[in-house]
Design a protein around this ligand. Structure first.
Ligand code: 5GP
Length: 114
């Protein structure tokens, strides 16, 4: 059995973090190290290590994640001001947790620099 990801440990309550949104397939938490007033992680309950690993059978799950992001953007009233959705992937993408998650970031003016 592979080691549990930090997100699986949050889901199983081994690590404490408030779950702010949950369905049978996805859940969301506030990022522990937020880069903006709204910084939420939307996570599938099923561990998929990276976006490289998604399969055709995962398409409904990916839709669920994007739909949850939209709902949370409305809930946090940043849908009009705007926000950014980010999937970091592997080393160059600076992915640190190898269990896919969509960052929902907003609540301030964002810049674009690399
Ligand atoms: P990545 O760098 O893989 O795209 O994003 C992982 C994110 O998970 C980071 O923004 C990091 O702050 C967040 N994170 C890591 N560990 C925890 C944790 O234990 N609790 C919460 N709420 N967020 C975490």
């Amino acid at each position: 059995m592979t080691e549990k990801s930090v997100f699986e440990k949050i889901l199983s309550k081994e690590i404490s973090s408030e779950i702010i949104y949950e369905t049978d397939r996805v859940f969301a938490i506030n990022d522990i190290n937020p880069v903006a007033p709204v910084h939420i992680l939307i996570i599938p309950k099923k561990k998929i290590p990276t976006i490289n690993d998604i399969q055709v059978d995962d398409m409904n799950l990916i839709s669920d994640i994007v739909f949850a992001a939209k709902k949370l953007a409305f809930d946090h009233k940043i849908h009009d001001s705007g926000y950014r959705l980010i999937w970091n992937t592997n080393n160059h993408g600076q992915q640190t947790v190898y269990h896919i998650h969509l960052h929902l970031i907003g609540g301030r003016q964002l810049s674009w620099s690399f």
